[in-house]
Design a protein. Structure first.
Length: 263
């Protein structure tokens, strides 16, 4: 494969027979790519969530049309609200007959110098990106423990949890928290057979990012990557599928950087 111009990788049945729940999956980024990949990897049923009801309906219809899988369900959820989180997990448990894999993709980012940032903007990013991941992980752990059949949780972190970037102090702090949450929760969950890992993309270029980020900034960020490009959303989703699969049976509390960024 040409690493500079990769060819889409088809599924290999990594999630055959599994049921999957993906948060924030109704956009054009990693969440939707992960949902599509889960189906291509053989999942038997899928629940996707998003905060935008109309976009969620479109995503469910699109996934059904592209894959032919009929057991795809949508449920709106704001991961910043505990009641929404519990309602989503309970819905998925009923619709899927138990969730085998949870992919925590919900996150929020803005760009602002710390010296100019208000508390409200800091807290909003952390409440969705870090606290939302915590809420989903916490309640899913409770449900998986009670069911007693194990399970997998995959969190979406970021290399900014390790690396510095101007105007990203709130997002970086949140993603560093997701990494720490993953490690600590994994130790607790191991006692009842649940694995928890994280994926940390560096630059993932998708339509929503292209629409919101200045072209000059994107070019600068791509120039830092060893391949001279950002990752495709499906390339990040592929790593998520590996962690969700039985190939990663001895991995927990780990964080895999999906990155070609030079040091």
């Amino acid at each position: 494969m040409d690493i500079h111009n990769p060819t889409y990788v088809e599924g290999h049945g990594l999630l055959k027979g599994k049921s999957v729940l993906v948060t924030a999956a109704a956009g054009a980024g990693i969440g939707y790519a992960a949902a599509l990949k889960a189906i291509e990897e053989g999942c038997r049923a899928l629940v996707v969530s998003d905060i935008h009801e109309g976009r969620l309906t479109d995503a469910v219809n699109s996934l059904k049309e592209k894959t032919g899988l009929r057991n795809i369900y949508g449920k709106t959820c704001n991961v910043a609200v505990e009641e929404d989180v519990q309602a989503l997990v309970n819905f998925a448990e009923d619709a899927l007959g138990g969730v085998d894999v949870l992919i925590n993709n919900a996150g929020l980012g803005t760009s602002k110098l710390l010296i100019e940032m208000e508390d409200a903007e800091w807290m909003k990013v952390l409440d969705v990106t870090l606290n939302g991941t915590m809420r989903m992980t916490r309640y899913m752990m409770k449900v998986m423990k009670a069911r007693g059949q194990g399970g997998v949780i995959v969190n979406n972190a970021s290399v900014l949890g390790w690396r510095a970037q101007k105007e990203q102090s709130h997002y970086a702090a949140a993603k560093a928290g997701v990494m720490a949450l993953t490690r600590c929760a994994a130790l607790e969950a191991a006692e009842f057979g649940v694995r928890i890992n994280a994926v940390s993309p560096s630059l993932c270029v998708h339509p929503m990012l292209k629409k919101s980020a200045p072209e000059a900034l994107l070019q600068e960020l791509e120039g830092r990557e060893a391949y001279g490009r950002g990752a495709e959303a499906w390339e990040v989703a592929n790593v998520m599928m590996f962690l969700a699969s039985d190939y990663a049976s001895y991995l927990t509390g780990e964080n895999i950087a999906c990155s070609s960024q030079q040091a």
